[in-house]
Design a protein around this ligand. Structure first.
Ligand code: IVH
Length: 678
């Protein structure tokens, strides 16, 4: 039986070790030991605490999971008020600020600390003898709310400061926020649980911090960066208070608190403006939301000299980014057809200045989003434009909804070509089934048709397709076969010789294979392998074209979705028209020899491909295996007959070895193909 003192010592050691690793993991983002090792130590501590509850202390790492549900939050009076900042929206305003500071500091030199302005909530942490005893929101700056229970669940916030040289009483000020990734995950969970998603990370952080049940707060991905001090009493005799803001931030880090890694010190305003622009351009890449930068005079004596006006210091200013959200009227909803046929509802807006530009259109994504957000034509809506992202309608302002606001339902036909628009499976977007015919999809369809694995028209690259369509020399893929050299030389940078070469290449492409022809049509989800399967199974185009979706599922590699896509494609009159024109222009392929499929060399064999191939791409390899009669599967089982193992093959190779399945390397596969004239 360990003595009480020993046990105490062991608990303290475990606290220290766990805190050390937790700090490396959460604050420094540089874990030293694997999670499983951490969990082991954590469970050790839990076990001791279970047997000896008297050893549980407030700063034990086990105490971050949340506690009792509260009825309300206690009020906290801030002994040192929590200030706000004056704002500047342009470099002119920064210039004014700079000359004001010059005057206030009698034109002496000074350095400036620049920090991101985090878009979260201000918090004041109170440490007494190193122990976190209270966390309070800003409130009105004088009185806030006691959210200690919730704040204790945030892993970046030490429950006890590191080292020994901290003041007896230390209030640390900073911002609590929710990182973008955690916010996205939280909203997915909210939607999956039929709960309302949060409008933005700040609302989510605020909602989480004001949870009366700290066990719920504990599940929310909150984080914190510190940016200053409140009350400080009885500094440690060996460690007098620092004389600059930048040194204070360093000191806070050494006590285990997190500070933004973006903080920089400068000597000129030009450098500050450069910093602002650089951060603005990186804004969307940062893992958390910011809404500007904050400049602060570094030296504390100079700060004191500059003083305060009402609730804001005169030694600091927030240089705000252009607002990313604005309110405007939703005038109408149009539908845009993308290059893949996806239909997107687009909000037509009363022009509004947001995110630094005038916005007139914003995406509404799809019908589900319109329904979920409850947006109607005629509503006043909140529009958001963040960075270079396409502007979106966030929500309607229900209190301003006019009586005649109209609900919206996506059309059943493509607004461009009038083909049927449909939603397949669980897809959020509906798609135009016009394929070859739909002008919105035409360029992509033609590029695909000419590409290497389709008709392989030498010299007809993407740029040239764009030019041909823009010059209205072709409208659909069948027009390619009616082009002549005289038309081609009218195009930019197209000489006589290139025109002649292209006409020859188009002519040569008419001789193809049935599989390539099927693939070239660009039917959704019909790749090379499926096209080959269809060709081998039905042997003639006429049968592929006329087989219904149920029967199509007899073809290896064709499931219900693909079968549906094939049937819908061929049932569109427009597609039928284009196909007739193609066949009339002389496209042809050799008959597929009516070999009994049982005679194929890999008939009845299940083959799995694994590892990386360097001599042939995986899709081609798969297509050739199917051509030889194999069924290609993605997982190894007792039913597997052959494994093709490329470089760096892993678990599938091991499993195949264990099951004593025949294994070929890539070279072996290539000779197999060669021996069958592939
Ligand atoms: S300093 C005495 N620094 O902005 C100055 N505030 O608009 C007190 N904020 O309430 C604040 N990032 O919630 C400071 N790096 C930063 C900040 C920051 C965000 C927030 C804070 C404050 C508000 C004022």
């Amino acid at each position: 039986m360990p003595s009480a003192i020993n046990l105490h010592h062991q608990v303290r050691k475990l606290h220290e070790t766990l805190n050390y690793h937790s700090h490396r993991y959460y604050v420094l983002d540089d874990p030293e030991i694997p999670d499983i090792e951490y969990d082991k130590l954590f469970r050790q501590l839990e076990a001791i605490e279970k047997q000896h509850p008297e050893l549980i202390t407030l700063d034990s790492p086990t105490q971050r999971v949340g506690g009792k549900v509260l009825d309300s939050f206690k009020q906290v009076t801030h002994q040192v008020p929590m200030l706000s900042l004056s704002n500047a929206f342009s470099s002119d305003e920064i210039e004014e600020f700079s000359s004001r500071i010059d005057d206030l500091l009698d034109h002496s030199d000074f350095s400036i600390v620049a920090e991101p302005k985090l878009d979260g909530l201000a918090i004041s942490l109170r440490y007494e003898n190193g122990l976190l005893v209270q966390a309070a929101t800003r409130g009105d700056g004088q009185t806030g709310e006691d959210v200690t229970q919730n704040v204790r669940t945030i892993h970046t916030i030490p429950l006890h400061l590191s080292g020994q040289n901290y003041p007896h009483i230390l209030e640390v000020r900073g911002e609590i926020f929710m990182p973008k990734k955690g916010f996205a995950e939280l909203n997915t969970t909210q939607i999956n649980n039929d709960e309302k998603p949060f409008a933005n990370p700040r609302n989510a952080a605020a909602g989480s911090l004001r949870q009366l049940d700290s066990k719920i707060a504990a599940l929310r991905p909150l984080d914190m960066f510190c940016y200053g001090l409140g009350l400080v009493e009885q500094v440690h005799p060996d460690n007098p208070l620092k004389s600059t803001h930048s040194e204070i931030l360093e000191q806070l880090q050494s006590w285990g608190l997190a500070v933004s890694p973006e903080v920089k010190t400068f000597n000129t305003w030009q450098e500050c403006i450069k910093y602002y622009e650089a951060i603005l351009s990186r804004r969307s890449e940062l893992p958390y939301e910011i809404d500007g930068v904050v400049y602060k005079v570094d030296n504390l004596e100079q700060q004191e000299k500059a003083g305060f006006i009402s609730r804001a210091p005169r030694w600091a200013i927030a240089h705000k980014f252009p607002a990313e959200e604005a309110m405007t009227r939703l005038l109408n909803i149009d539908v845009q057809v993308g290059r893949t046929g996806a239909l997107t509802p687009v909000a037509r807006l009363n022009p509004v200045f947001v995110g630094g530009v005038t916005v007139t259109n914003a995406t509404l994504h799809n019908q589900d989003e319109i329904d979920r957000k409850n947006v109607r034509i005629g509503d006043m809506v909140i529009v958001r434009r963040a960075g270079d992202v396409i502007p979106e309608v966030v929500k309607p302002v229900l209190s301003k909804r006019p009586e005649d606001a109209q609900p919206y339902i996506m059309p059943e036909r493509c607004p461009i070509c009038d083909s049927l628009a449909e939603r397949v499976n669980d897809e959020a977007k509906s798609r135009c089934t016009g394929g070859l015919y739909c002008p919105a999809q035409r360029k992509e369809a033609i590029k695909h048709f000419a590409s290497r694995k389709a008709l392989d028209i030498d010299g007809l690259g993407d740029k040239l397709v764009e030019q041909l369509v823009d010059a209205e020399l072709i409208h659909d893929i069948s027009d390619l076969f009616h082009l002549n050299a005289v038309q081609l030389v009218t195009l930019d940078r197209m000489g006589d010789k290139s025109a002649e070469n292209l006409i020859n290449a188009i002519e040569a492409s008419k001789k193809t294979t049935l599989a390539r022809f099927i693939y070239s049509l660009g039917i959704r989800e019909v790749g090379e392998a499926t096209a080959l399967s269809l060709a081998n199974f039905y042997k003639t185009f006429e049968v592929v074209k006329t087989t219904g979706s149920e029967a199509l599922q007899d073809v290896p590699d064709v499931g219900p979705v693909v079968a549906h896509n094939i049937e819908t494609f061929f049932s569109q009159p427009h597609n039928e028209e284009v196909i007739t024109k193609l066949l009339e222009s002389g496209i042809n392929w050799p008959d597929i020899i009516q070999k009994d499929s049982n005679e194929l060399p890999l008939a009845g064999k299940t083959v799995v491909l694994t590892g990386s191939l360097s001599l042939m791409n995986r899709n081609d390899a798969k297509a050739h295996l199917i051509e030889l009669g194999a069924k290609v599967s993605s997982s190894v089982s007792k039913k597997t007959n052959l494994l093709i193992a490329g470089e760096k093959a892993g678990s599938k190779l091991k499993k195949a070895e264990a099951l004593k399945i025949e294994i070929l390397n890539e070279a072996g596969m290539m000779s197999l193909f060669e021996s069958h004239n592939i």
